[in-house]
Design a protein around this ligand. Structure first.
Ligand code: ADE
Ligand code: ZN
Length: 337
């Protein structure tokens, strides 16, 4: 798939990206070597060939296994530094980046180690390239709410390094309401809220209803199944909620890019954004996701600009960052690219 020059030059913002999902095989091997871990694969190609999944639980098994090479602060630094460099190379100006602390503390890595490594890398990248990355802490929905609450409490001394909280991992049997108390506390502590409503799950529309009506999220990750219920779309529009969709990810864990659905959401005025989710596993960063979608979703240049305006509007960026990004977009548009 080719990325055209309009897409590659477009200033972009990304709101749905799991930092652990950016761990490319090359870095995985390098970290394994540094930490004295033997990977059960001959080389990077053999590792990639083992990425054999066609649904969310299948992906998650590979994803959690992959991240066990992350042990030290430097490992988390290197992971975030690699993503920041990639983002800069794609003209991504701003990203809100998920991390899964429980996937690390649960295997003995300190919360402080994770946070410090990621934060230091993003600070350095911002100074060196201007790329801005902000952290969003995700809770794992397939563990008990008590573990999420303990993690939230653990994060409080680091509040200024985290702009919001999310909910990810295996959705089956783990509805948003399981975490109502955790998210109420997070809101009270000043965090912004988002939750995954993965595509084509059991009870997808009920889960979307819960996040909109009961949890009161600020946006929804994925959420494409809202289209099945006009009342949900009406509620999303009324609240101005955005949907962070991830086409290449969808193609790997559902039955396609969901291009028609994304087109329909755009046409109905929903603030949709296009994101890469876990690009080391669903191959393609933001440019490739936009390129994959361009024809099947009939995206014009104007639509591509709108997707980026949507992203910054539904982001949690500071007003000055927002204005700077919108000015860059306006300049790009008026330069007639
Ligand atoms: N964790 C990382 N990527 C995820 C996704 N797409 N859905 C749910 N949990 C995830
Ligand atoms: Zn995701």
């Amino acid at each position: 798939m080719t990325v055209d020059t309009f897409i590659s030059g477009l200033p972009k913002a990304e709101l749905h990206l799991h930092i652990e999902g950016t761990l490319e095989p090359e870095l995985k091997f390098a970290l394994a070597r540094r930490n004295g871990i033997d990977l059960p694969y001959a080389d990077e190609a053999a590792l990639r060939a083992a990425y054999d999944f066609d649904d969310l639980p299948g992906f998650l098994a590979v994803y959690y296994e992959g991240m066990t090479v992350l042990r030290t602060e430097q490992d988390f630094y290197d992971l975030a530094a690699a993503y920041a460099a990639k983002a800069h190379s794609q003209n991504i100006r701003y990203a809100e980046i998920f991390f899964d602390p429980q996937a690390h503390t649960g295997r003995g890595v300190a919360f402080d180690t994770v946070l410090r490594g990621l934060t230091r890398a993003l600070d350095d990248a911002e100074r060196e390239t201007g790329f801005r990355g902000r952290l969003v802490m995700c809770f794992l929905r397939d563990f008990q709410a008590e573990f999420a609450m303990a993690t939230l409490v653990q994060s409080l001394p680091y509040k200024e390094w985290i702009i919001g909280v999310g909910l990810d991992s295996d959705e089956a049997g783990n509805p948003p309401l399981k975490f109502a108390e955790v998210f109420a506390r997070a809101r009270a502590e000043g965090f912004r809220l988002t939750m995954h409503c993965d595509v084509d799950q059991r009870n997808s529309t009920e889960h979307i209803r819960q996040v909109v009506e009961e949890i009161g999220v600020d946006r929804i990750d994925h959420g494409v199944n809202a289209l099945e219920d006009p009342a949900l779309i009406a509620a999303i529009l009324e609240r101005g909620l955005g949907l962070t969709v991830c086409p290449i990810s969808n193609a790997h864990v559902t039955d396609g890019l969901k291009a028609e659905e994304i087109r329909a959401l755009l046409d109905q005025g929903v603030k949709v954004t296009v994101n890469s989710d876990d690009p080391a596993y669903f191959p393609g960063y933001v440019n490739e996701n936009l390129a994959a979608l361009r024809e099947p979703a009939a995206l014009t240049d104007e639509d591509l600009l709108r997707l980026q305006r949507n992203a910054i509007e539904i982001s949690w960026a500071a007003p000055a960052v927002r204005e700077e990004f919108l000015a860059e977009l306006a300049a790009y548009e008026s330069a007639g690219h």
